[in-house]
Design a protein around this ligand. Structure first.
Ligand code: AMP
Length: 223
């Protein structure tokens, strides 16, 4: 099973991908995390994408496709995997089909308004050292500005500044529309209200995944 989570930055898709990984064992592949790691490690790729990411723009399709290709062919992804932040446009979606055409897929589109995204992301604080994420609205660190887990200083991501959040949201809506329509036509798209609680959102997602897994088993048994 391939699970794809679509949703703007701040829609909570990373949190849901973590839950899916925990319950079903499908590894989470987040292109945003992979790119941030490359920037932090100062690799050649990192230098190439740093300023694009800081402006909230999309990195070249070929670059992200290559990152995903490398991950999904690993043995731990054999039973399935969860994609977080990829594909982000139709070209990436079609590219994914080419590099892995056999898996049944389930796509979730997490719906959240721009106002809610602004509220959530402008409160986000991250630890670049260990990757922990906090929020001054609802998940504060014990000491202001300091990571509970490793004691490093927390920062606001460059792309979490309000003007960049708005730009990212605009780019998201423009680029995702044809991809959503493509998945709708293939009848693999499920829309989820992203303004519910984390637990309720996961409950909805889980019931759909369970149903899809059992449908998959039935179709194998009837062959
Ligand atoms: P995210 O953590 O998913 O919000 O991604 C952070 C940034 O990484 C984005 O604003 C883009 O610059 C870049 N990025 C992540 N995933 C992709 C993708 N699938 N296609 C293009 N750029 C991406």
């Amino acid at each position: 099973m391939r699970i794809i989570l679509l949703g703007p930055a701040g829609s909570g898709k990373g949190t849901q991908a973590d839950q899916i990984q925990k319950v079903y064992g499908y590894p989470k592949i987040s292109t945003g995390d992979l790119l941030r790691k490359a920037v932090q490690d100062g690799t050649e790729l990192g230098h190439k994408v740093k300023s694009i990411m800081e402006q909230g723009k999309l990195v070249d399709d070929e670059i992200v496709l290559e990152l995903v290709r490398e991950k999904i062919h690993r043995p731990e992804c054999q039973a399935g995997y969860v994609l977080d932040g990829f594909p982000r446009n139709l070209n990436q979606g079609l590219g994914l089909e080419k590099i892995d055409s056999t898996r049944p897929e389930t796509v979730f589109e997490i719906l959240v308004t721009e106002e809610e995204i602004l509220r959530r992301l402008s409160g986000r604080r991250v630890c670049l050292q260990c990757g922990a994420v906090y929020n001054i609205n609802n998940n504060q660190p014990k000491v202001d500005g300091v990571c509970d887990l490793c004691g490093s200083r927390l920062i606001i991501r460059e792309d979490d500044k309000p003007e960049v959040i708005k730009e990212r949201f605009k780019i998201y809506l423009e680029s995702i529309k044809p991809l959503v329509e493509y998945y709708q036509r293939r009848k693999v798209l499920f829309q989820i209200d992203g303004e519910n609680t984390v637990e309720n959102i996961f409950r909805s997602i889980k019931s759909i995944i369970d149903k899809r897994i059992s449908e998959g088993r039935q179709s194998v048994n009837s062959k």
